[in-house]
Write a protein that binds this ligand. Sequence first.
Ligand code: GUN
Length: 297
Amino acid sequence: MTARIIDGKAFAAHLRARVGTEVARLDAEHGITPGLAVVLVGEDPASEVYVRNKGRQTREAGMLSIEHRLPADTPQEDLLVLVQSLNADPQVHGILVQLPLPGHIDTDLVINSIDPAKDVDGFNILNVGLLATGQKCLVPCTPLGCLMLLREELGSLSGLEAVVVGRSNIVGKPMVQLLLREHCTVTVAHSRTRDLPEVVRRADIVIAAVGQPKMIKGDWIRRGATVIDVGINRIPAQDGKTRLVGDVDFESAREVASAITPVPGGVGPMTIACLLANTVTACCRANGLPEPRGLSA
Ligand code: GUN
């Protein structure tokens, strides 16, 4: 068997186009433009790239993009004051504070100071609790993107065995909640799991989010499983350059899986597309308008 390659890049482009259509409709029918504010503290090169891409794709979708770049030594109090001003700004429907923050800043305090209705990352404890209890909320972008790809590939997920490898607040834990909502039987595995290969072998759905290059091998994967690789790891290449690989050993896994996401071009492009979708969802809720279908979980 050679797995079908799940084209996250194409799906994300389709989702961004859908967002663009909704943005145009909000303007034409209601004179409203969804606005996304992104706050970057410091000069982490990877974060710089993400923030640039977010700004570009936000503008391309016809939305208002607001960027705040603050020096690495910004006092925590100044950041909290900025978040409060964005909370109060009616032009801003979504707020994202890029992580990681510098060490002197209390990340939880900052994230929890964001208005939950504008928390398009879904990291605020109110949204975490709403997701865990199956209530309407804003869902973290990367797990939301994984779920959209799974639904597209498999249709109903009900009754399937899902193994999530990784337990981060950004991906693993919210992914577990989303899969439970879809009626999967969910196992969470992590770095201290005994006999990880045996646990992964149970899965109809494998979500790999551990941050270890090519850790999950083909012989860990059940024949016919669907594999979603969230990893983005940079490793040395033969020509002295670097290349991106996932958490799954793609070459061996594709021989046993029925479908698999590549790295790059799988889950990665879905994250920003879901961020734009969450901003439109937040904008509609803030204005008491019906939510467009297909943009939220
Ligand atoms: N840093 C890496 N991924 C993310 C993300 O999804 N949201 C935020 N705010 N920061 C990140």
